[in-house]
Ligand binder design. Structure first.
Ligand SMILES: NC(=O)C1=CN([C@@H]2O[C@H](COP(=O)(O)OP(=O)(O)OC[C@H]3O[C@@H](n4cnc5c(N)ncnc54)[C@H](O)[C@@H]3O)[C@@H](O)[C@H]2O)C=CC1
Ligand SMILES: CCCCCC(=O)/C=C/C=C\C/C=C\C/C=C\CCCC(=O)O
Length: 264
């Protein structure tokens, strides 16, 4: 899908990966609604984006992805201002093993909430224009991260939800592609203060730091470039794209033939 003239919504867009997603979308000609719970953090990046790309191309909307009401209001405002929604990047996420309910509510349920509300606007079966939904998962959605069981569960959930929605969309004719991005460690605030974030698993902080050292970190721009590939390539649906220092790789999953009760 060519991005020129399209409208995108990015959650968790005030900083980190979300901000980089907003930037790459604007660079490629889209209009972007930046959603975040942290209005203060969004102020300076928004000014910079407005200066660079034009104030008419961006809008900031305060939105907590834990609230369906706030998501619906933000999407409605986006449609009023930009005339529709073609792209949703469900990116907002936290690493907080001290509150597993919040981790699941933001990282997994936030993706599901955002997707279901977006369907009301985007689904071709209900008058929408179709489009693409990108969900920010993690390498921890492919393999377990020992120090973060709740975070890992949330990201496995995001990968599974994305793949199921991709199949549902194709079978039903929503006109929407669904893909997940699965980065390794990325240089953002999320990988700071690791022992505090790990809560009862803080004894595993050293092992986690070691993993970061061994794997290295990637830049937010690497993640944004991977998301861009999934956005513009119309053949990509139901993909989980692993993004590491060595490059980006499409994950292969076992397929299952229910009529013969064995993997294909
Ligand atoms: N940094 C990393 O190493 C990796 C991050 N990810 C994922 O990428 C996504 C973005 O993370 P980063 O940019 O690294 O983190 P970050 O902490 O730099 O940015 C997260 C943004 O999400 C916002 N946010 C948090 N809770 C929210 C809520 N309830 N509603 C709306 N916005 C909310 C924050 O205010 C912040 O602006 C997350 O889903 C994270 O799990 C995935 C793999 C690796
Ligand atoms: C401090 C934790 C930050 C988490 C941010 C994030 O999502 C990054 C994850 C990056 C990589 C680690 C994820 C999973 C580990 C997977 C496999 C490790 C090998 C496991 C094995 O069985 O050998």
């Amino acid at each position: 899908m060519a991005l020129v003239g399209k409208t995108a919504v990015v959650t968790g867009a005030a900083m980190g990966i979300g901000r980089a997603l907003a930037e790459i979308l604007l660079e490629n000609g889209a209009k972007v609604a930046l959603l975040d719970i942290n209005e203060a953090a969004a102020e300076r990046p928004l000014q910079a984006l407005e200066q660079h790309f034009g104030a008419e191309k961006t809008i900031f909307l305060k939105c907590d992805v834990e609230s369906e009401e706030q998501i619906r209001a933000a999407f409605k405002k986006t449609v009023e201002i930009f005339g529709g929604i073609d792209i949703l990047c469900n990116n907002a996420g936290v690493l907080n093993e001290t509150s597993w309910e919040k981790t699941i509510s933001i990282n997994l349920m936030g993706v599901i909430r955002g997707t279901y509300v977006a369907l009301e606007q985007m689904n071709q079966l209900s008058g929408g224009r179709g489009g693409v939904i990108i969900n920010m998962a993690s390498m921890a959605g492919i393999g377990p991260l020992l120090s973060c069981p709740s975070y890992t569960a949330s990201k496995f959930g995001v990968v599974g939800f994305t793949r199921a929605m991709a199949a549902a969309s194709e079978a039903s004719g929503y006109g929407i592609r669904f893909n997940a991005v699965c980065p390794g460690f990325v240089q953002t605030d999320l990988i700071t203060n690791i022992p505090v974030r790990l809560g009862q698993f803080s004894n595993l902080a050293a092992a986690t730091h070691k993993l970061v050292d061994v794997m290295g970190t990637i830049a937010v721009s690497d993640v944004a470039a991977a998301a861009l590939e999934l956005l513009i390539d119309d053949t990509k649906n139901g993909e989980a794209l692993l993004v590491l220092q060595s490059g980006a790789t499409y994950m292969q999953f076992p397929t299952f033939n229910p009529t013969q009760n064995k993997p294909l």
